[in-house]
Design a binder for this molecule. Sequence first.
Ligand SMILES: C[S@@+](CC[C@H](N)C(=O)[O-])C[C@H]1O[C@@H](n2cnc3c(N)ncnc32)[C@H](O)[C@@H]1O
Length: 346
Amino acid sequence: MEQQPNQPSPENIMKIGTGFWASKILLTAVNFKLFTMLAEKKMMKAKDVKDILELKCTDRNVYDFLDTLTVFGFLKREGILDTAIYSNTVDSDTFLDTNKPSYIGGILEMMNNRLYTFWGNLGEGLLTGLPQNETKRSEDFFGLIYQDPEKLKEFTGAMSGIQMGNFMAFAQKFDFTKYKTLIDVGGSAGLLSIMVAKHNPHMRCTSFDLPPVEPIASATIQQFGLADRVKVASGDFFTMPIPSADVVVMGNILHDWDEENKIALIRKAYDALPSDGAFVAIEGIIDDERKQNVFGMMMSLNMLIETGTGFDYTFADFNRWANIVGFKSTSIIPLAGPSSAAIAYK
Ligand SMILES: C[S@@+](CC[C@H](N)C(=O)[O-])C[C@H]1O[C@@H](n2cnc3c(N)ncnc32)[C@H](O)[C@@H]1O
């Protein structure tokens, strides 16, 4: 029977309500390195997947797992059940094969290993206003995560995965002609600096972050062969001034903190800039009406889970803070998907 306009339908309720099933199927496939295996072997039968991954479940469970991934568009399938042969789609082959530099699965690994469990406590987060991650045991989120080399690697990999498309778009869409230097504050593995240097041969960039991150950023810069124009600097952006540069970038930094600290960081960026410099925030900037960018609003709730007091914000919020600090004007450039670069000109 055809659905009449304005007739109630449970479809969307059920789709969103069972959304964690879909999410967990993809996250599990990424954690099993299924797409990396398929990129190497080109095509596989369900039985081979089962044997290599040493799955003790039934054959039927494996068909259900692989066929669901096929319907989602992450695998291709010829044949059915025991005659089925699976291979990667173009998207999964490009973005979910760990052996390719275009791999973005780091963020999905972290979703699986950390955030999936922590988001189970969203209700407690809303009831208490307190973070629901490792900081239940410690105040210092980054200090705690970075003590463990595996978690440090996972976290920086996750940051690179979630921002890769945005950094590539920013490096190509922003007009760098009148600038020579850039500092990426909280630059993690250095990907933003690398992308800017790669696409703008006249730019010299510095990736600035806490000391434990330095070896990872240095290794990434070496891999891209850009050590002559991309440097690494270490320090704490709350206790020291930000080193000077023509462009100061903060990618997913402001959303970690409350409003007072956000303004303090924007002021530090202002002080680091020459008179015609630019400050750039690259985040899932929420639309001013708060009706469209659902990713930005969910990311903001993710900040409740991760930091307690952090939140994502609209371009109107950014304008207000830039104005308080003394910037002359602002603009916004849409990047990949739901993210944008909000720019403030000194
Ligand atoms: C959410 S991550 C964002 C990383 C990266 N900019 C991006 O867009 O993916 C926040 C970054 O800020 C860094 N950070 C946190 N507190 C810091 C501090 N006090 N001084 C310098 N860096 C800090 C963290 O190490 C981490 O790399």
